[in-house]
Write a protein that binds this ligand. Sequence first.
Ligand code: MEV
Length: 428
Amino acid sequence: MQNSVSGFSKFTKVEKIDWLISNHFQDNPSAKANLERYWNSNAALQKLHDEFTENTISNFYLPFGIAPNFLINNKIKVIPMTIEESSVVAAASNAAKFWMQRGGFKAKVISTTKVGQVHFMFHGEFSEIESLFETIRPQLFEHTKSITKNMEARGGGILDIKLISKTAQLKGYYQLHVTFETMDAMGANFINSCLEQIASTFKTCSKEIHVVMSILSNYVPDCLVRAEVSCNVEDLVTDESYSGREFADTFIQAVQIAEVEPFRAVTHNKGIMNGVDSVVLATGNDFRAVEAGVHAYAARSGSYSSLTHASIEKGMFRFWIEIPLALGTVGGLTGLHPLVKTALELLGNPSAKELMEIVAVAGLAQNFAALKSLTTTGIQQGHMKMHLLNILNQFEATDKEKLQLVEHFKKNTVTHSAVVEAIEKLRA
Ligand code: MEV
């Protein structure tokens, strides 16, 4: 087939780029130069990044920003955020400052249980598989001892193994539903290793057991954290244009709309994930796992709904999030990626539980900032102000032009066409 290649992974990095340029870029030297421009001049650092994954040919930068002034459980934090979208870090910083003056964020981990499953088929009687399971159950624990020893020393391990019949949903389908405590590790490798050992021991008890697969679940409704802000309704006032009560009422309506309307809930939760993902990424955690688990949780009632909730009780405005987060502060990328190490150090080298609290707060703060804008000024005012530099960079504005245009747009509404017009006028 045209442009297909075999043995590609064995090529050196230079060979890979040469193949790519000649087969997919019509030998255009600027594509090659662009890939090489992002190599790090520190060879050891580059090698480290090359080896994170396969077929690495360059690095892909994302901004590493910080949002200061987060008061969380009475301690001030600076939160690292890796994100490309303009105004996310600014929004987090604004929300942090707003709540700093109103008692800050309170966060608490509710539970930390993770799940893995051995999925298997068995076509005999339920009583038969049940009795086989009960007989072999002690060995399932026993045979994983070499894997669980270190985790147990740290206070974690396998919590329970249950046999579950899923035959009502799929003929012959059963699972071993295994629960884990993985302490400060996200635990994916630990869980999967335990599951594969459990599966291999389990299938020895009958030739009729056909193991389909053994894998952790990224759905972690029992690895849950709650973050909250609250203040007197009157204290929500920031300017003359609305009273605290007016602000709170409209804000709560916006949350209620996201609770009942999936089209809005998805965007509402996307804004929350702006905060969540950027901290998850900066701290070297698996944002795809978090995304999958969080959205499944948001749909647990059968209808996709808001992750945040708000109320007024006895004159107190309350706004909170409950979110499942399987995070680690040891293992994986956390000890390898130099910027991840710095991010964790910035957060005071948190435990996984503390990181869950910080990430939940980042999500809540982001949602607060988004709803505050949406229900007052509208989102575009702030967003376009932050996006202004992107537009100016598209037009290769010089530093001097940027200064003049940023000044100009302090008093004028930013739209794409207004910026183009202003650049053209300036340059003319
Ligand atoms: C944009 O990235 C996020 C928002 O759309 C979130 C929201 O609508 O709540 C502003």
